[in-house]
Design a protein around this ligand. Sequence first.
Ligand code: ASP
Length: 330
Amino acid sequence: MSNRRDFFRYTLVAAAGAALTGCVQNNDKAIPQSSNPASVKGRPVVIATWNNLIATETAMKKLTEGGSALDAAEAGARIPEADPNDVSVGYGGLPDRDGNVTLDACVMDDKGNSGAVCFLKNIKHPVSVARKVMENTPHNMICGSGALEFALSQGFIEEDLLTEGSRKAWQEWLKEKKYQPVINIERHDTIGILAMDKDGRLSGACTTSGLSYKMSGRIGDSPIIGAGLFVDNEIGAACATGLGELVTQTLGSFLIVELMRMGYSPQAACEEAVNRIIRRAEAAGVTDYQAGFLALDKNGEHGAFSVVQGFNYALYQNNKNIVLEAGHKL
Ligand code: ASP
């Protein structure tokens, strides 16, 4: 039985005795296998950052109605995008420091196709625009006015996304204009969502309004393939939430999938991605931040881990739709 405290003493190089608990040997390497007590096998499955049970329910409904994993991930992501009370995604998202709501999103499917938009204004569903980028252009990512122009050409409608609540919060912030590119657990809930159909086809989506009161034009990890989201249908998928600068610098989602390819359990892979974030933050002198990851393997087993307490996630699997608390390192 793996023990989380032991896990953090492991190194990739084989160690002796008790430190090997929770590892499998692969040549000379000890591969961490720490397990998430809530992780079970089972397909179809949908997992999403934060406690948005309606998002996972909507995604699962798509799957059971015969939709693809990509249809499911997109449908789930559209739930917080349309929710005016969700201040980190889509409509109602907190603006940048100039008062503009700017959105970032990406999708990735089971064939390795991907699409993304960033610095997109006035379109409520960036995740669906990202999908159109994937399906209807030869490109992976479109940003700013180009993304808006493209969205309009695809039939999306321009609308004001700054709600009264978010405008007030921004005006309050303007009084001090304290520019602190710091994220804490109350101020972010980017949705990363991973869906796998009953036959094991995997897709994912990630969507956000990014760091509140960010500099105009700032892009975080969420629309970056490999950072906010990565899917490899042979291995599994991962997504992220939290301080995008750190997640991008460690390419967390790609890292997790690659670690799973090496044999790490989804949980161990998330824990190692968090370790990298913490090392990077220490090196950069970043304090008071949060980052969390979810991972899913081909059996439907999952991992979830964050830097500090407070990261939860929704899991719809084996006919149950539940919210779970992720483990944390600090
Ligand atoms: N990851 C997002 C970003 O840095 C923020 C968040 O998760 O709240 O843009």
